[in-house]
Design a protein. Sequence first.
Length: 197
Amino acid sequence: MLKHLFIALGCLYLAGCSLQKTQPALPLGPTLSWQDHQALLKQYASWELSGKVGIRTPEDNQTASLKWLQIKQTYQIDIHGPWGQGGASIAGMPGEVTVNVSGDKQYTGGSPEQILYEKLGWDLPISDIYWWIRGLPSPAKPYTHSLENNRLKNLQQDGWEIQYLRYNSLTPALPNKLSLSRNDLKITVVINSWIKQ
């Protein structure tokens, strides 16, 4: 079950030049308007990020390391448990996704949503996470939101609540810490570095 959570988490981040380490919050200077901020983030279509994810359910709490390389519509996601144990590697492009699970088998399908639902029984808005991780609402579904300094503070979309807890000092500012929750599942992501490709 926990292995499936890690697979689901990895797939969550699918679909769809400078290194910035996580730093303490800096005093805010002049900020971009929300419209300008969104426009710049939408241009941020190729990146490499690394960080940690925490998954909490009523039954368990787990953490894993996360590396995500996105080059336009092609991606490679690696998730590994503590000390490199367990995990999954996910690679794909539109219409073709492969998930390799440590100690298990390989799953293939046309979309990460398809793999999760058919193989693992998970119904997750994977394509939306491509937007949420950058601090943007998905353009595919209605949403409500609140802003702080013209950046997302809270987003409700497709039954999920996403809280943006910290941003880095890049322009445009990118999330360094966010939490995603729905029902009894809570996922916390701490991003240690963003590299724009």
